[in-house]
Design a protein around this ligand. Structure first.
Ligand code: GLP
Length: 244
């Protein structure tokens, strides 16, 4: 099957905005090695015409792939699949990464975003000095139109920048600032949803949900995230690969 036919099928299999579907289609095609490492992508104009998308949409997607290190753009020569992905580095993933890699559109509803001095319980867990300005982000996380989780992430403002508005992927934003966590401590526990969590997750109170706590550390062992999430137990499968 030609690359274009394959890309078209991958585009049509998904729902959501065209740009996101196109980025997902191209990412998965590269990851599945439909275009080999080092090989050039078809020229922009040709690819846009063949896929029936505008050149500006395609260009935005290509910029995202380049930012993520999947492709390299060489002036005047075109876009090439990075050789780097031959040796994939295990990257700590967040909600957006997990959804996109499954071909699902991640959606977030921001319920709260505040900058404040680190709350004492977070300071206690993370050893961030009292008074450190943090960004508190409370979101409802959806897979397409299905509610999956209610999540509160607290990160130092230096990890996201003061002008962060809470939209998009938090880890994506951190990648462009101080960097996403490099190591995490994570705990998972089945708990009964209290009235507030049940209301957010649209389940009956006392339903079993999965509570996940995560403390993320950056390069120098300094905490860069204190997060707690409640996942719907009937919608979320936690898969781990463990190397011994
Ligand atoms: C998961 C983690 C959170 C993390 C989030 C980042 O849900 N449990 O600790 O904050 O991913 O996700 P995203 O990059 O989609 O904002």
């Amino acid at each position: 099957m030609s690359l274009v036919t394959e890309l078209r099928q991958r585009l049509n299999r998904q729902r959501g905005p065209l740009g996101l579907r196109l980025t997902n289609a191209l990412t998965s095609a590269i990851e599945d090695e439909l275009i080999a490492a080092g090989e050039a992508l078809p020229p922009e104009r040709e690819l846009a015409d063949d896929l029936g998308v505008s050149r500006s949409t395609l260009r935005l997607c290509l910029e995202q792939l380049a930012e993520g290190g999947l492709i390299e753009t060489r002036r005047g020569a075109g876009h090439f699949v990075s050789r780097r992905i031959l040796k994939p580095v295990t990257r700590l993933t967040g909600f957006t990464d997990d959804m996109v890699s499954r071909g699902i559109q991640p959606i977030s509803r921001i319920l709260e975003k505040t900058i404040m001095p680190v709350p004492p319980d977070t300071a206690f867990r993370t050893a961030l000095p009292l008074g450190t300005p943090v960004f508190v982000l409370v979101r409802l996380r959806l897979a397409g139109d299905e509610i999956l989780a209610y999540e509160r992430s607290i990160v130092p403002v230096t990890s996201v920048g003061e002008d962060y508005d809470g939209t998009g992927s938090l880890y994506g934003r951190m990648d462009r600032h101080g960097g996403r966590p490099k190591r995490i401590l994570q705990s998972m526990r089945a708990v009964e949803a209290g009235p507030e969590i049940a209301d957010h997750l649209k389940v009956k109170p006392s339903t079993a949900v999965l509570m996940i706590r995560r403390i993320g550390y950056g390069g120098h062992g300094v905490a860069v995230e204190d997060a707690i999430s409640w996942y719907r137990g009937d919608r979320y499968d936690y898969v781990a690969e463990i190397n011994g």
